[in-house]
Design a protein around this ligand. Structure first.
Ligand SMILES: Cc1cc2nc3c(=O)[nH]c(=O)nc-3n(C[C@H](O)[C@H](O)[C@H](O)COP(=O)(O)O)c2cc1C
Length: 273
């Protein structure tokens, strides 16, 4: 187990953090997280998928409604098609297991219908958000489980570029939306991936009330850390974190098609009232 001081230094890209904090293997695994974008073709041990889904189902779920599902994709052609829809990201083709996490209101629609009850509540934005939160919590539990088993993962939000096409490829019924994908597999260790530093805690942790202005200094510190990180990882990022992040949200076109998400969701049967 890498020691806590080292992991904290990597997580914040600085050695300013007080390492005198409670610690165990779970926290060590969480702080070691990094997204993996280069995979070996090795298959996963048998029943790994079932283990990940059991971990996912152990996450809290709003009112125990369990408004999520997951599609496990292992077929090379289907992964190829999904990769094409997601900016051709090669890791989708490469990973042995691609999980698509779904906000799923179809099951509840079906259950209500079979009870002879109305399901008007499902037409509201609240229930869409509930389902997206449920799917996200479930997926993150699966990520933590996968990493604890020595596997690597990366989320694929780019699946939302074309929700209609994704729905067709996966045979999704109305009221089901692919929130994101997740590559799972063994990392190709010939590709070095460092832990990506996060903002100083003082930027994200507020005590009692929220303070925006005080974050200036912390963001400036983080920009310096990330400039060094981008260079050391030979990442194709110009400028610092602030510039990179601001450009990511500058225009509707910066959202790579996701600026049309509301319309796409309507077409998938989500009224979002
Ligand atoms: C919802 C979500 C969607 C993401 N989509 C993508 C994606 O489409 N492609 C990709 O390479 N990484 C994607 N990522 C990974 C993030 O870029 C990554 O988590 C972030 O840069 C922090 O790096 P780390 O995970 O290594 O700490 C996504 C992450 C999240 C949480």
């Amino acid at each position: 187990m890498t020691n806590r001081t080292e992991l904290l230094n990597r997580r914040y890209g600085a050695d300013a953090f007080n390492a005198d904090i409670p610690w165990n293997e779970t926290i060590s695994n969480l702080l070691s997280h990094r997204s993996i974008r280069a995979y070996l073709s090795d298959r996963l041990p048998s029943n790994t998928l079932e283990t990940l889904v059991a971990a996912a189902q152990s996450a809290s779920t709003s009112s125990n409604l369990q408004t999520w599902s997951v599609v496990a994709v292992e077929d090379a052609q289907r992964k190829e098609k999904l990769s094409q829809l997601a900016n051709n990201q090669a890791h989708i083709r490469q990973c042995p297991l691609f999980l698509v996490w779904l906000a799923d209101l179809a099951r509840l629609t079906y259950v209500a219908d079979s009870q002879g009850l109305s399901h008007e509540g499902l037409d509201y934005l609240e229930m869409f958000l509930t389902a997206a939160i449920d799917a996200t919590l479930a997926a993150q539990n699966a990520v933590v489980a996968a990493e604890s088993l020595g596997l690597g993962t990366v989320y694929i939000g780019a699946l939302r570029n074309r929700p209609d096409a994704v729905a067709e490829i996966l045979n999704l019924p109305p009221h089901v939306f692919a929130v994101f994908g997740l590559c799972v597999g063994y990392a190709d260790s010939s590709v070095n991936v460092e832990v990506k530093p996060r903002l100083p805690q003082a930027a994200v942790l507020h005590r009692e009330t929220y303070q925006l202005e005080k974050q200036d200094k912390e963001i400036a510190v983080y920009n310096q850390i990330m400039k060094t990180f981008y260079n050391s990882q030979q990442m194709n990022v110009t400028g610092d974190w602030s510039e990179h992040s601001a450009k990511r949200v500058a225009f509707a076109e910066s959202l790579s098609g996701r600026d049309r998400l509301r319309e796409a969701l309507k077409n998938l049967g989500f009224e979002l009232r």
